[in-house]
Write a protein that binds this ligand. Structure first.
Ligand SMILES: Cc1ncc(COP(=O)(O)O)c(C=O)c1O
Length: 445
């Protein structure tokens, strides 16, 4: 596949043109770790196009990605899925609108709702973790949410979530179609789903719009992401760009865009075979984990995540992560109970062998005493925007019960809100926050 951004940057870096333009390093970063790559780090000079008004090399690379992902439009982002979430919500919703959202939402969703003055009708996932926050959304619970919130203008689902659990997007999109409401998917962890043995990407399964953090599962630099629309969806590329520019920097990184452009070539030539092979490897790793005493993950799981419940072998998440560290492996996340490992085709076979020997060396214990507190949705008594921008005071967590949170506190699993600004702190919330090491919280004054 052609790589117009890379080709331009390469040609410019070799041209010897005198750089009287940004960035200040002039393509010659003094440190050896940066010197080679800095030659490719440019700004919007003649011929380099401009992300938010693209009609040249960036537009061409985005069109290539659109063909690969089978979308109506695909836009590159250098601000991660955080910018993708901001773009989706501002493209589809208006101030005062209500959105039905699964609670396993990333904080970027809540912050954007506050900025855009959206109200949220929460749906709890079918509990798959100790807190009942991570997991899948069922079509039945989505139907029930429509009954509670008939005026909702969109549905927002996170799938796969941070722990790797996936919702049945096809079934959820059928529910949304029946209600005439767009389905927006935070697919931050699922850029690879368009590749492998089956296309499980949200756009292929009926979502109206989604964002993918390419950097999380594909060979792309940190911050590289896509926002996609489905064929026939009403949001135009012009609108996506205008809305993305409300939140994004006017200096998007050309190194990140180059990595997205080069990733197109990787996706076309290698991704199907690579991800099909990864599925097989992960299947055999999961079997080895089951033999070592870890109960298998239930439901639809993403193959770039191996999530282990440490309590199955009588350990805490921290102890299990330390065990893997002693075998030279660093995980993505270790919580009170779960440890998440992220794998990709860029992990060589030796990484999997190392993982397997660490799994086989786990000494199963018989008691696990960690207290788990099940999540219950706190009462929402104020709009997130009103609470977030109100006068606030910081109180110790011990005296927070009964107060209205003026901030969103994220606990386990990471990125998932235990309390959202505008919700009343109750005993359960207080306990979960305390267990997660939170000692104080901002509340509405
Ligand atoms: C579910 C989910 N959505 C969105 C994001 C934000 O993505 P990014 O870091 O690419 O901005 C994250 C980050 O971890 C995430 O886990």
């Amino acid at each position: 596949m052609d790589t117009p951004i890379y080709d331009f940057l390469k040609q410019y870096s070799e041209s010897g043109t005198v750089r009287f333009h940004m960035p200040g390093h002039k393509g010659r970063c003094p440190h050896p770790a940066l010197s080679a790559i800095s030659a490719y780090d440019l700004t919007e000079i003649e011929g380099a196009d401009s992300l938010f008004e693209a009609d040249g090399i960036i537009e061409q690379a985005e069109r290539n990605a659109s063909v690969l992902f089978r979308t109506q439009e695909t836009m590159f982002l250098t601000g991660g899925s955080t910018l993708g979430i901001q773009t989706m919500l501002s493209s589809v919703l208006h101030p005062g609108d209500a959105v039905i959202a699964a609670r396993n939402a990333h904080r970027a969703f809540i912050n954007t709702c506050a900025l855009l003055d959206l109200s949220v009708c929460w749906v709890l996932p079918n509990s798959r973790d100790a807190f009942g926050v991570s997991g899948a959304i069922s079509p039945e619970s989505l139907e029930a949410a429509f009954a509670q919130c008939p005026d909702a203008k969109a549905v927002y689902v996170t799938s796969p979530d941070y722990m790797g659990w996936m919702s049945d997007i096809e079934a959820l999109s059928a529910v949304c179609r029946r209600h005439g409401v767009p389905l927006l998917v935070d697919n931050a962890h699922g850029a690879h789903l368009a590749f492998g043995t089956k296309n499980r990407h949200p756009i292929a399964l009926g979502a109206s719009m989604c964002c993918d953090s390419a950097h999380k599962t594909l060979p792309v630099f940190t911050g590289g992401a896509y926002v996609h629309t489905a064929p026939g969806f009403f949001v135009t590329k012009q609108e996506m760009r205008k809305n993305a520019s409300l939140f994004g920097s006017t200096s998007p990184s050309y190194l990140i865009m180059m990595s997205l452009d080069l990733c197109n070539d990787y996706l076309e030539r290698h991704a199907n075979a690579d991800f099909a092979a990864l599925e097989k490897k992960v299947r055999s790793v999961r079997e080895a984990c089951a033999e070592a005493g870890f109960l298998p993950q239930e439901g639809i799981c993403d193959d770039t995540k191996i999530t282990l419940d440490a309590s199955h072998v009588g350990m805490s998440g921290g102890e299990l992560a330390d065990h893997f560290r002693s075998h030279g492996i660093e995980c993505e996340y270790a919580g009170e109970r779960h440890v998440v490992f992220m794998v990709s085709p860029q992990n060589p076979d030796s990484d999997f062998e190392c993982f397997l020997s660490a799994v086989r060396a786990v000494q199963k214990r018989f008691v696990h005493t960690a207290e788990t507190v099940c999540f219950a949705l706190p009462a929402a008594v104020m709009a997130p925007r009103t609470a977030m921008f109100s006068k606030k005071e910081c109180v110790p967590i011990e005296s927070a019960v009964g107060r209205i949170a003026a901030e969103t506190r994220i606990s386990c699993p990471p990125g998932v809100p235990v309390i959202v600004a505008g919700e009343k702190i109750d005993d359960t919330t207080q306990k979960i926050l305390k267990n997660s090491g939170v000692s104080s919280i901002n509340v509405v004054k």
